[in-house]
Design a protein around this ligand. Structure first.
Ligand code: HEC
Length: 201
């Protein structure tokens, strides 16, 4: 009995430690966005840009799936995260170049860890991800993937878009303006398919 009680209290300490570390959108992330994003993505804007409001947790949560904005547990698959780490000149960088201050490395790390922890928001929590060793330095990873590039299809038509991820037989590409297209991989030129394979590794 004693052993069990000791174990239980140990587990409790672990649990509460864990809770103390957990990031919450309203408490930890929203203040960052308030400083650097609300101007365009909240009540403060005449019309929220891209229809996205970051000051309203319920609305934001409802947008997680649209345009692959936030995938709880997986920053790499979260478009919002890419906006933060894109090169400043890139069209999809947030805040847009010359229109706002980029998040600091520390702030980017917080957003990333919040997504990794399952993007808890409004009392909801998704699946938890793991922090892969090689990704401990967020702003130094992924930029190659996070830029727009030209994709050519079998008919020679050029699509300028950013690679997001592969989903079975289709590739998810984000075009200017934020829209995400699902494009059949087989319809891409051989060269583009090779480029895709490299990115998807
Ligand atoms: C000066 C205005 C401005 C600021 C500041 C700004 N944005 Fe944006 N944002 C836009 C515009 C305009 C769009 C829509 C066009 C586009 O996607 O390029 C947009 C689109 C987005 C989208 C895509 C929405 C979708 O559904 O695809 C995300 C995510 C986003 N912003 C996140 C942020 C974050 C996070 C910040 C703060 C770090 C931020 N933005 C700061 C203007 C701004």
């Amino acid at each position: 009995m004693r052993v069990i009680r000791t174990l239980l209290s140990f587990a409790f300490v672990l649990l509460t430690n864990d809770l103390a570390l957990a990031l919450e959108y309203e408490k930890d992330i929203m203040p960052i966005f308030k400083k650097k994003c609300f101007e365009c993505h909240s009540d403060e804007a005449d019309k929220a840009k891209g229809g996205l409001r970051l000051d309203d947790p319920s609305h934001f949560y409802g947008r997680f799936d649209k345009d692959e904005l936030v995938r709880p547990g997986d920053p790499k698959m979260s478009n919002l995260y890419y906006g933060l780490i894109r090169p400043r000149y890139d069209d999809g960088a947030m805040p847009p170049e010359k229109k706002g201050k980029q998040l600091t490395e520390e702030e980017i790390k917080l957003v990333r860890n919040w997504i990794l922890e399952g993007a808890p928001i409004n009392g909801e929590r998704g699946k938890r991800g793991k922090i892969p060793e090689e990704e401990k330095e967020p702003s130094k990873t992924l930029p190659a993937r996070a830029v727009e590039q030209e994709w050519v299809n079998q008919e020679g038509k050029i699509i300028v878009a950013t690679f997001l991820r592969i989903d079975g037989e289709v590739v998810l590409l984000r075009v200017k303006g934020g829209k995400v297209f699902r494009y059949p991989i087989a319809k891409l030129s051989e060269k583009s398919q090779t480029a895709l394979k490299k990115l998807a590794q």
